[in-house]
Design a protein around this ligand. Structure first.
Ligand code: OAD
Length: 248
């Protein structure tokens, strides 16, 4: 049996499927990944942008980078990888979709619910935080009118509500992701280099609890040696091919 058919069978039979997605699922929408050939972290060092220290040193510079990405994302559209995963969240019982992506493309494809491990580039947070502005707020304008943007409550500097290196993940999201990894029959990692923890620990966690583990990626990753089935290919094509088999 071809690996694609095996994976489709496993997913069809699964009571619980947990998917971990990464930047690779947005590549077909024209959004650069972080560590690929033209990856974002190859053009600029992550420490100079995606850390609390970088933001404290130069909030405007950090915001210019996020504003550039927000503009690129606003012009982009979800691709079949987002669409298949979004459809599964709505139509297949027992599916938990966990993402490291902050780009909002899964949400725009209609994914619901979705466990966001690294926050959202479309959410802002007051840095203080002020009493009135404790909660994140949504702002979909790009480019932003002023950089850095300000908290509408206290006028203080706002930051992107994303997880930076050296910061803890949202514990509720992590808890939900870990629980879904423990409980699933099939764990599918798609379009992620599986290098950034704690997200990268979810697949071994699922495997240790008996899940069949599958990877979809154009390249070999840190997870490739661990998984039961490694499907080499583009997420937008492989997911569409699996989805077609599920329907037939
Ligand atoms: P990476 O850029 O590390 O990895 C993207 C993966 O997608 C690579 O393994 C590519 O081989 C693969 N890929 C590229 N195009 C693909 C396609 N069309 N189909 C399938 N796979 C494809 O991105 P992440 O693993 O998501 O965190 O990175 C994890 C975290 O590191 C991000 O959430 C971000 C980053 O720093 C923060 O910003 C905190």
């Amino acid at each position: 049996m071809a690996p694609l058919d095996v994976v489709a069978d496993r997913i069809r039979e699964a009571h619980r499927l947990t998917v971990l997605s990464g930047a690779g699922i947005s590549a077909a929408s024209g959004i650069p990944t972080f560590r690929g050939g033209d990856g974002l972290w190859r053009r600029v060092r992550a420490e100079t942008i995606a850390t609390p220290e970088a933001f404290a040193a130069d909030p405007r510079l950090v915001w210019e980078w996020y504003d550039w990405r927000r503009q690129m994302l606003l012009a982009a559209r979800p691709n079949p990888a987002h669409e298949v995963l979004a459809r599964w969240t709505r139509s297949r019982p027992g599916v938990t979709l966990v993402t490291q992506n902050v780009d909002g493309l899964l949400e725009r494809a209609g994914a619901d619910p979705i466990v966001r491990l690294h926050g959202s580039i479309w959410h802002l947070r007051c840095c203080q935080p002020c009493a009135a502005g404790r909660d994140d707020w949504r702002d979909e304008t790009a480019p932003l009118a002023t950089l850095p943007p300000r908290c509408p409550h206290c006028g203080g500097i706002a930051r992107p509500a994303v997880t930076w290196f050296g910061e803890p993940l949202d514990l509720e999201a992590l808890d939900e992701a870990a629980g879904a990894s423990r409980a699933c029959d099939v764990f599918l990692a798609v379009g992620t280099s599986a290098l950034v923890y704690p997200a990268a620990g979810l697949l071994p966690h699922a495997r240790a609890h008996g899940a069949v583990t599958v990877e979809i990626n154009t390249e070999t990753t840190g997870a490739s040696d661990l998984v039961d089935v490694a499907l080499r290919g583009k997420a937008e094509e492989v997911l569409a091919a699996i989805d077609k088999r599920l329907d037939s």
